[in-house]
Design a protein. Sequence first.
Length: 155
Amino acid sequence: MAARDYANRWSISATSCYDHGTSCGILQARNTWNNSAYPYYTELCHSDCADFVSQALHAGGILMDSTWYRGTAAQTTLAWVNTSSLKSYMLNKGYWKASNYTSASAGGVLYTSTSHVVMIVKNDTITRQFSGHTNDRNQVNYSNVSGYEYYILWN
């Protein structure tokens, strides 16, 4: 639940582009991010969904190690900031277990595509919501879409 709470605390449903102009298509509100603990890296440009999910997972209790780590931009590992690498790391370490639309619970993750991941923040069997970055969203409803992948935290 701490991962869910982090995701809800450090996301917002942005209504404008941050610094890419109004035609960017990427809605962000970086002033609402946890920039004191996790400063914005220009190297990520606007694609920080895996970074955000990693932050939430770390807040939820998963410890950093030499393969999954957020340091300076040059020291941050690929598993922390890359969607495919994050998924491989979490599955190989046994932190995640594949789930489905019905069973994916708050604190789990949703891959909407191979290049985008968000944190599931609600599933009461009626309402399902996620929070995430890249396109900043907070507590947004989602439905069962073919091709979505669901993972739950597993120990």
